[in-house]
Design a protein around this ligand. Structure first.
Ligand SMILES: Cc1cc2nc3c(=O)[nH]c(=O)nc-3n(C[C@H](O)[C@H](O)[C@H](O)COP(=O)(O)OP(=O)(O)OC[C@H]3O[C@@H](n4cnc5c(N)ncnc54)[C@H](O)[C@@H]3O)c2cc1C
Length: 370
């Protein structure tokens, strides 16, 4: 029997869920994506979670499986050879002191046992790195892991949406339960579905608050800049120096520098030129030629985060036939694809390694007492 499924939000979570659900011809899948402020399109795109300082074990499991899942996703989309979209370039990681770098290296070897995607681990002197990346002038030694990757979020969701028959680029303004499913409305049309998936990132409260729910989701403004380097270095690794910024050299000579984490700006998407200049200034200490270049482009997006900075995805008690995912924060391009696939599996009645997450939305979405 045909199942009508509607997904609201076409960032990395919604687009992946839609892509996998649409593989089953018995599912009639419709994706709504308005697009303003979409984090997926603004992101730097670093996929390198293994040496994160975060201690939450469930999050680490999700992130490590998320990084490994990229290979499957790209094969399923038949785009595994598109290096401008995804490439395993490796990651160069820096620490404040040699002792801290030793610790990081130890952690890398420990984690390698459960996460072969980390790849080869080695130390690189500042001279080694400068020889390979002439634009970059590091002072310290680095740890290099070959499994780190970069992804272009905007291109990835474009590839996913291309495979879908029904995508509507409109905002869904209201949702309401019916006896057999859900109705939802845009400014111009009404729709009905059997199953509804809310993958709307930082905008989840807009749809659930009117139904009498408190939603522990806040917007975080993220900005990054793009500069042009004089010399191209193809297949250059992602660079994670000490401090706020990360550096992502692209094969065409562009360099992404980002990103800011601004918790006090709401859903504002206007560029803050002081903050953008600070990103460039910090990068110039490592890449002197940037002093002579202009900012070519900037990106601004809105991340979703929860009060404990952890993501949630699954079901909400009291809301039948609805699935939600949000709060992916700064690592949502890493965890988003596996979250999207997991939602698609649950809706299809398939067990997953992430069943401990299935009820997590109830920790963040609660009925108000009115
Ligand atoms: C500057 C920046 C840098 C980042 N860098 C990295 C990184 O290097 N590595 C990493 O792993 N992660 C990174 N992230 C985080 C990552 O981008 C996000 O966590 C992830 O993309 C969130 O995906 P999502 O699908 O949940 O939400 P989004 O990508 O925000 O998508 C939600 C979509 O839902 C749509 N929507 C919302 N409400 C409605 C509605 N009512 N009707 C219709 N459409 C609606 C929105 O318009 C949007 O298109 C970065 C984020 C930013 C902003």
């Amino acid at each position: 029997m045909t199942k009508n499924i509607i997904i609201i939000g076409g960032g990395i979570v919604g687009a992946t869920t839609a892509f996998y659900l649409a593989q089953n011809k018995e599912n009639n899948v419709l994706l709504f994506d308005e697009g303003t402020g979409r984090a997926t399109s603004a992101a730097v795109g670093i996929i390198s979670p293994w040496l994160s300082q975060r201690r939450n074990k469930d999050w680490y499991f999700l992130a490590k499986e998320g990084a490994a899942f990229y290979e499957t996703l790209l094969n399923d989309l038949d785009i595994s050879n598109q290096t401008e979209l995804y490439e395993k370039t490796g990651t160069l990681l820096y620490k404040k002191t040699p002792t801290l770098l030793d610790k990081l290296e130890k952690l890398a070897y420990k984690r390698l046992k459960q996460a072969p995607t980390i790849g080869k681990i080695s130390r690189k002197s500042s001279n080694d790195v400068h020889r390979a990346l002439p634009f970059f002038h590091p002072i310290d030694e680095a740890l290099f892991i070959t499994g780190g990757a970069r992804v272009d979020g905007a291109k990835l969701i474009q590839a996913q949406k291309k495979s879908l028959a029904n995508v509507i680029e409109e905002k869904v303004t209201t949702i309401a339960p019916t006896n057999s499913g859900w109705t939802l409305a845009t400014d111009t049309q009404q729709f009905h579905c059997d199953e509804l998936i809310l993958a709307c990132g930082a905008w989840l409260p807009e749809l659930l608050t009117p139904l009498g729910y408190d939603v522990d989701i806040r917007p975080q403004k993220g900005q990054l800049i793009e500069c042009q380097l004089e010399d191209r270095v193809k297949h250059a690794p992602v660079i994670m120096p000490v401090g706020e910024i990360d550096l992502m050299p692209l094969n065409d000579g562009r360099l992404l520098i980002g990103a800011t984490h601004e918790n006090d700006q709401g859903y504002d998407l206007t560029p803050d030129w002081n903050k953008l200049a600070l990103l460039k200034q910090e990068a110039t200490e490592l890449i002197p030629e940037l002093a002579e270049t202009k900012i070519m482009h900037y990106r601004v997006g809105t991340r979703a985060y929860t009060s404990d900075f952890l993501p949630f995805f699954g079901e909400v008690d009291g809301l039948k036939n609805i699935w939600v995912a949000s709060g992916l924060g700064s690592s949502g391009l890493t965890t988003g694809p596996i979250i999207g696939k997991t939602l698609a599996d649950w809706i299809s009645g398939i067990d997953t390694p992430f069943d401990s997450y299935r009820k997590t939305p109830n920790q963040y979405i609660t009925k108000t007492n009115d």
